[in-house]
Ligand binder design. Structure first.
Ligand SMILES: [Zn+2]
Length: 322
């Protein structure tokens, strides 16, 4: 089954032809809930609450994947969607209306709220009736999203503060002055303590910068190591590794061998990192999410499905705010 579906044709550079290498395949953070494409078509208008997006949308940009930590309103949609407001029993509800070629009305709730997809021939009145009919479900899902956001913990940037690292937690220990080995940040794997050398006057921001710098360096080191391991197994070579801190995707790969990986993967277990690495490397063989692509991932990383599911619905404590 194909589950990743984000395919984006990068906009062509001005005054030159589109770069053929710019086709990117992205691994979004969180998938919207959806029913598989193979599900039989629903007889009724409202039977299928969730729908897949088309796999390739050459004419319009894809839906922006939901963002976990930034609930601010998204930029105004540029793809023919409209923001609308409807008065319901409990309160007014804003939603995005997307006209599509689908044959039924679909509802998607994500961190940004409600998106309704409907065919062009359905009237606003019919759409509003459908929203009204589903309003209890819609409000329940929106509340769930809010609870999930509230669970995302902040980090205490002080001695004793804890951080997720490779699926476990490490405790920050501030040492005034530099360590014997001259390193400013050092992980003690026996005690799971991260020793950070800082002057007594250092601020929380300085601690955060120091630790984030260490985490990013760790991310690069680990990613390169795994890219080497899986690249050799697959017989492919990435050309460039860049770290990203995108809020919407774990990784991407372009046809010219440039791989972007999100440094925040270092919060996750090694199995998650391996999955994203294997996924992006597999794109160097198969620039799509077709059956052969998934077979390549499976050959490279048997049992990858659980790591993939873990990344799609990560426990909130693995994505701390900072
Ligand atoms: Zn992909």
């Amino acid at each position: 089954m194909r589950t990743d579906r984000e395919i984006r044709q990068m906009p062509p550079k001005k005054s030159s032809s589109p770069d053929p290498r710019a086709l990117q395949f992205e691994l979004p953070f969180f998938s919207r809930e959806e029913t598989p494409r193979s599900a039989p078509p629903a007889p009724g208008l409202f039977q299928r609450l969730f729908h897949r997006q088309p796999e390739i949308q050459p004419a319009t940009p894809p839906a922006v994947p939901p963002v976990l930590r930034n609930p601010e309103p998204a930029a105004p949609p540029a793809d023919g969607t409209k923001r609308r407001r409807i008065a319901l029993e409990q309160r007014e509800l804003d939603y995005v209306l997307r006209r599509s070629r689908r044959r039924s009305i679909g509802f998607v709730i994500d961190e940004r709220g409600l998106t309704v997809s409907a065919p062009k021939w359905i009237t606003i009145g019919q759409i509003e009736d459908a929203v009204r009919e589903k309003q209890h479900w819609i409000f329940a899902k929106i509340a769930e999203m809010g609870e999930r956001r509230a669970l995302v913990p902040g980090v205490r940037w002080e001695d004793g503060g804890i951080l997720p690292y490779l699926g476990a937690t490490i405790t920050m220990r501030i040492a005034h002055g530099s360590s014997a080995r001259g390193e400013t940040v050092r992980l003690d794997i026996e005690s799971n303590e991260l020793h950070i050398a800082l002057p007594p006057s250092a601020s929380a921001q300085q601690l955060k910068d120091r630790v984030q710098g260490w985490m990013q360096a760790e991310a690069r080191r680990l990613f390169l190591e795994r890219l080497q391991v899986y690249g050799e197994r697959l017989g492919v070579h990435h050309r460039v590794l860049r770290l990203s801190s995108a809020t919407t995707r774990w990784g991407s790969c372009s046809a010219d061998g440039k791989i972007l990986l999100n440094w925040r993967l270092v919060h996750f277990p090694m199995s998650s990192i391996d999955y994203v690495v294997a996924h992006e490397l597999a794109h160097l063989k198969e620039m799509n999410h077709g059956p052969r692509f998934w077979q390549t991932v499976a050959d490279l990383l048997p049992g990858f499905e659980s790591a993939r599911a873990h990344l799609k619905h990560p426990p909130p404590e693995l994505l701390p705010k900072f």
